[in-house]
Design a binder for this molecule. Structure first.
Ligand SMILES: N[C@@H](CCC(=O)N[C@@H](CS)C(=O)NCC(=O)O)C(=O)O
Length: 209
């Protein structure tokens, strides 16, 4: 498999964690977002949405959208499971996952941030403040929803951890004060010690700068 990825992209980071947790081998194809490589016509042939990640399977099919890719991986490679067996726990894990994937991440993404900067002519400090604001709103909710032991929902990492850790990486980039979110910081610290999360970290990627 080939993963079209950018080392700092949090959506790519999610898929890298899932692949590492499942022990699946893949080759990284770097797509440099800051240089605009995702907007190149050649990449449109890979992902019509012009975003990373995209996972190209050995038969040539390309999967896009990190949550869809990770669910596909989990369905095809069930061990270790990324969702708990208990149905009530599963809905809680999914809720945290969706807060990040659907409510927080899209507002701080490269495309919307560039629109605020270039089309609406807002200055960088204002746009960074916007990004921080939406991360903090989402984190305030998640802080009340998890009781790390040591991962978000117990002794095994789940989808919630896979989505939370890259968002914490983003939060730190934008100088969110993580002292306000001690439970999230604790779950993140536990994940950082896990080899799969370490292998997926931005600094460990072949395209890291
Ligand atoms: N919902 C998508 C988001 C993908 C996404 O927006 N990726 C970012 C990097 S984290 C990207 O490629 N941004 C380029 C852009 O917005 O132009 C997913 O989860 O895969």
């Amino acid at each position: 498999m080939q993963l079209y990825s950018y080392f700092r992209s949090s959506a790519s980071y999610r898929v890298r964690i899932a692949l590492a947790l499942k022990g699946l081998a893949y080759e990284t194809v770097p797509v440099h977002l800051v240089k605009g490589e995702h907007l190149d016509e050649r990449f449109a042939a890979v992902n019509p949405q012009a975003r990373v990640p995209a996972l190209e399977l050995d038969d040539g099919e390309v999967l896009i959208q990190s949550l869809a890719i990770i669910e596909w991986l989990d369905e095809n490679h069930p061990a270790p499971p990324l969702l708990p067996a208990d149905l009530r726990e599963r809905v809680r894990v999914r809720a945290v996952t969706h807060i990040i994937a659907m409510d927080v991440h899209p507002l701080g993404n490269t495309g919307p941030r560039n629109y605020l900067l270039k089309q609406l002519n807002l200055d960088l400090e204002t746009v960074d403040g916007w990004t921080r604001h939406w991360i903090e709103k989402g984190f305030a909710a998640i802080e009340r929803m998890i009781s790390p032991a040591p991962y978000c929902f117990g002794a095994q990492p789940t989808l919630a951890d896979i989505f939370l850790v890259p968002q914490v990486f983003n939060a730190r980039r934008y100088k969110v004060d993580m002292a306000k979110f001690p439970k999230i910081a604790a779950a993140d610290a536990a994940c950082q010690k896990h080899p799969a999360f370490a292998a997926a970290a931005p600094a460990a990627q072949p395209d890291a700068e």
